[in-house]
Ligand binder design. Sequence first.
Ligand SMILES: [Zn+2]
Ligand SMILES: [Zn+2]
Length: 339
Amino acid sequence: MIPATTTGLGKLAAGPGHLGLREQTVRSPDAGEVTLHVIAAGICGTDLHIADDEFPCNPPVTMGHEVTGEVAAVGDGVQPDWIGARVAVETYFYTCGRCVHCRNGRPNLCNERKSIGSYVDGGFAEWLTLPARNLHRVPDHVGRHAGALAEPLACVTQILSDPPLINSGDRVLVVGPGTMGILTAQTARAAGADVTLVGLARDGARLDVADGLGITTKVIDDGNVAGDFDAVCECSGAEGGAQLALASVRKGGRYIQVGIFGRPITIDLDQVLYKELAYTSGNASTPASWERAMQLLESGAIKLDPLVTEVVPLVEWERALAATRAGEGVKLVLDPRTG
Ligand SMILES: [Zn+2]
Ligand SMILES: [Zn+2]
């Protein structure tokens, strides 16, 4: 039975802080919608930016946009065989469908986009109702909690694969061994690149996870140059990481921004001119990037399970957010069914 109310971790008011648990209504699925029984939702850098008032949102709203769960109920017009399916979900609750971006398959750029976890209640709650078009079946070999990482993977494939930025045989530097860095390293490798992932000395545990996936890793001190790479993927979202990446890309190479800084930073953009770089990025995910992500999971080219370093009951959210902020582990996920 789906209850009438559930506990969610929300951004309760505007401004820095103001996070807390709240009771919310569980909405029955309207036509074209489903209700998920959430298994897990990943804690992301974006959630910290929401906590710090550095990312737009519409409080009070339940956070959580990296969601996996089982379909518990379907609305009118939705195939009943979705019931019981284990899924990961696209994050767009609403896009206009009419603007040039929507019509070009890039709802991520729609000005009217409303996403779960920032503008509409998200997955830091046991029950979540959202459009059925957002669903993707998780391959059986992906672990239950790890399904939450399909969403960040779809963001990586959006940046790297549409249009394709990594060629077979490229020497690729990935800066920052967090979730985005390890997913980027695996995605670049799947494209045939020779990948090196670098982190700071304090990132040892994260680099070990990457090592375990067969990725070449290196500890690098701030201010050093890592080499002369065809493409660099900046995944740390830190000024030092961006400076390192810019210094380590060869002339005529590609600088690809994956991490979010959350504030203006200082880098020497003249290097883009002197080195004749292509400087590019991507924002969130698209239906096409989800297809690409699910293919990579299905084929086994990308592993998510080793990235889930802790499953934390929802009620212990404060500890989990603090651990994420401190860079402990790789990906912590909240499990709203426990505690
Ligand atoms: Zn995220
Ligand atoms: Zn639109």
